[in-house]
Design a protein around this ligand. Sequence first.
Ligand code: DHE
Length: 566
Amino acid sequence: MRKSKAKYGAMSLAALPLALAGIFTSAYAQETAPPAMTAEEKAAGKKIFFERCAGCHGVLRKGATGKNLEPSWTKKDKDGKETSGGTLKLGTQRLEKIIALGTEGGMVNYDDILTKEEINIMARYIQQTPDVPPEFSLKDMEDSWKLIVPTDQRPKKQMNKVNLKNIFAVTLRDSGELALIDGDTKQIWQILKTGYAVHISRLSASGRYVYTVGRDGLVTLIDMWFETPTTVATVKLGADARSVDTSKFKGFEDKYLIGGTYWPPQFAIMEGDTLKPLKIVGTRGMTVDGEYHPEPRVASIVASHIKPEWVVNVKETGMIMLVDYSDINNLKTTTINSAKFLHDGGWDASRRYFLVAANASNKVAAVDTKTGKLAALVNTKKIPHPGRGANFVHPKFGPVWATGHLGDDVVTLISTPSDSPKFAKYKQHNWKVVQELKVPGSGNLFVKTHPKSHHLWVDMPLNPERENAEVNLVFDIRDLSKPPVTINVAKDSGLPETKALRRAVHQEFNQDGSEVWISLWGGKTDQSAIVVYDDKTLKVKKVITDPKMVTPTGKFNVWNTQHDIY
Ligand code: DHE
């Protein structure tokens, strides 16, 4: 939701009961053929659907964060009625309106991204039976694997004088590149080609290797020990991916990489320093409600520091898998029931509990990685979206973990347990929502703090109003009764105002916790920037901008990512 939305009144998508969101097809509905499309139009629709829609609605269009888009309700009945057997039948005109203007239910408007013709193509495309993309086997992975520089031809020590711990890996979303920016000098060190619209970067336990994963499933392994950072291997995980992490437990440093895919629904384990594919594990199966799901996508993955284990969050089934990587051939997995639509999450301050948003269920699930059990399922306001969340000590409630909300105007603080005797008095609050901090609107994506900071930074990039989307709110965690300070990132960038919104998205601290870096995410042809703030004074320290910095979004500081500091 980037700007004003159409009001659909009684027919509002947001107002629809969930049951209307798809699954049910009336036995009495008289099916009709989908609208005609040429082969070229279908190909264009397929491409746009993958690039813009599949992330929320799923490749098979069964729905997750976004609504179900199967023809049973996108297509009108023969009699042209809009409802049949309780199911809303949308048809081309209504779909065009929804795609162009978005919905109050949280779907963004596409009228500033797609042309009228493309919107019409998409309205017709989603009335066709969904295309089922091919599977992707270990053999397919092996065929895609490129070992560009074998390990014996790589440096034996760091060949540059750069402070690697303070490098920022920055996603250049629409150019299919990653910028490595020196956090000390604020200069771009190197821009490297990656997969399409890189989603996240993660670090090897040693801090030497950067791994990125593109939405097209391409993993890129970058070695920062060369004179200039060099891509040493690439591999495809599948057709559509969002997550990777490394093996961080003592004795397994830099040994393995795990990557999760949206399509096909599976995860793969690779050698950490070469990306040689080792194993694929499918995630298809039953949901927490006991129903079979053909497309349970792998959302966030995180590596434990206390065990040789990854936490793998399977979106549609609501299953959290604890994958023990100490013996890859005899893989032991603990599968924990939580809630459907698992998405992103992070560790608590002790790094024993992993908290993950079950976003469309309006819950946060907390898994205890020490016991291998679900610790809590916490009800929250609509669509929690933590990124990795933020940990700090609340003056009244002790240690808390924070999440923002895509669908509500609050930041939720959840009390987390601690073994420290000084926090024993807060035990009664554990796993309760102890406070909801009010923000001016919904559309939050990320929150961030640092152990050395007394600020909680909150963005709202998907809010429809410019005055919200282009700013960050800064709460003082020593006194949360104070209203937040509003930081106007777009104005602070000094760049001329553009017609389309430039979203202030994703905060990342530098290594010593004194600076906060925020992306100003403009259109592909707009000048974007990263605005660097002094965390103490909240004043701008530097604006990093360059024509080569196309659509910067996520930023990953080496030290903080390596050690899960947030
Ligand atoms: Fe993300 C994290 C999925 C859209 C920026 N995003 C994640 C994770 C998942 C995910 C599963 C957790 C990875 C992990 O920790 O292992 N994101 C999705 C989607 O499915 C969705 C909604 C739609 C899509 O088609 O991809 C989506 N995400 C976006 C964006 O549009 C963002 C704002 C800009 C961009 O670059 O694409 C975006 N997502 C991010 C970022 C993170 C992320 C920056 C990592 C946050 C962190 O601090 O770790």
